[in-house]
Design a protein around this ligand. Structure first.
Ligand code: C2E
Ligand code: MG
Ligand code: MG
Ligand code: MG
Length: 285
């Protein structure tokens, strides 16, 4: 009797907290093995010139093919950050993208810069600049084709030595962009200190405030231009958004309206287009 009750209590406990814990535990174990099991892959989403629709860049976005499920980064990047897996995962990502760019170069595919998302947690271990430089050196990629997407938080939390690290990478030709701009607390003027090349307006502002009386995106675009920074709008889904962003003078657009993130082979068909011209058919047609 007592045994049964005990078992029952155990089951109640299992059905709530412990189940969550076990799920996370299994996910963590699977995540730890995923690199060696070759379960990660990169998808690429084009960025187009707002005026012409030409593909002028791409963002690399990680995907996890685990058993028969494609797990989106929103589900495992936070866990990778909590567990420290993010260190090797970021380095794997950067190396994979560099190798990919190098292969495209060898295939004579028209190359446009590719950006890689860097978790702020990766920058906590101070081997990061050295590691990134080593990966670039080993893969022999042209650093001019590489862009790093950082978030505002890393610039706010870090000091002078961090600024020096960023400049070291910029000096060899790597571009720096600020992802999800507008969701944090930094001002554009502050970003200037780091000689940021590009500001990416968070998709929230594209989807929620573009048509408001206070179109935040418009002000971000104007101020960024005054400070000599390039502007990309994220999460562009409708023709109306494209038209407004063109009017506001946004430099580049990225979003489902043009293309979802796609596997490398599909992406390369898009950039190669007809006559080897880099062209995105959706704008102006
Ligand atoms: P992010 O860097 O801001 O990437 C943009 C996200 O918006 C991507 O989601 C992309 O698929 C999605 N997106 C693009 N266009 C549209 C659109 O028109 N509408 C909507 N609703 N969404 C759109 P994804 O691939 O699920 O990535 C989510 C986040 O996970 C990324 O946000 C980034 O913070 C992180 N992430 C992705 N790949 C990596 C990676 O390789 N390393 C790290 N550290 N983080 C990554
Ligand atoms: Mg990004
Ligand atoms: Mg973003
Ligand atoms: Mg985001």
């Amino acid at each position: 009797r007592a045994k049964g009750a005990g078992k029952n209590t155990y089951q109640i406990y299992t059905s709530s907290m412990e189940k969550e814990f076990l799920k996370e535990y299994h996910l963590e174990r699977a995540l730890r093995k995923a690199i060696e099991r070759n379960e990660f892959l990169m998808h690429y989403q084009p960025k187009v010139e707002a005026k012409t629709g030409e593909i002028v860049g791409a963002e690399a976005l990680i995907r996890w093919q685990h058993q028969d499920r494609m797990i989106p980064p929103g589900e495992f990047i936070p866990l990778a950050e909590e567990t420290g897996i993010i260190f090797s995962l970021t380095d794997w990502t950067l190396r994979t993208v560099c190798e990919q760019i190098k292969r495209w170069e060898e295939m004579n595919v028209p190359i446009v810069p590719v950006s890689v998302n860097i978790s702020p947690k990766r920058l906590l271990k101070n081997d990061w600049v050295e590691t990134f430089l080593r990966i670039i050196d080993e893969t022999k990629v042209n650093p001019e084709y590489l862009e790093l997407e950082l978030t505002e938080s890393v610039l706010i939390e870090n000091e002078e030595s961090f600024n020096n690290s960023i400049q070291t990478l910029k000096n060899i030709g790597i571009k720096i962009s600020i992802d999800d701009f507008g969701t944090g607390y930094s001002s554009l003027i502050y970003l200037r200190k780091f000689k940021v090349d590009t500001v990416k307006i968070d998709q929230y502002f594209i989807q929620n405030s573009l048509e408001n009386e206070v179109p935040v995106a418009k002000y971000i675009i104007n101020l960024s231009h005054d400070l000599n920074m390039n502007v990309v709008a994220e999460g562009v889904e409708t023709e109306k958004q494209v038209t407004l962003l063109q009017q506001y003078g946004c430099d580049q657009l990225q979003g489902y309206y043009f293309s979802k993130p796609v596997p490398a082979e599909e992406y390369i068909k898009m950039v190669s287009g007809t006559r080897g011209q880099v062209h995105c058919p959706k704008v102006g047609s």
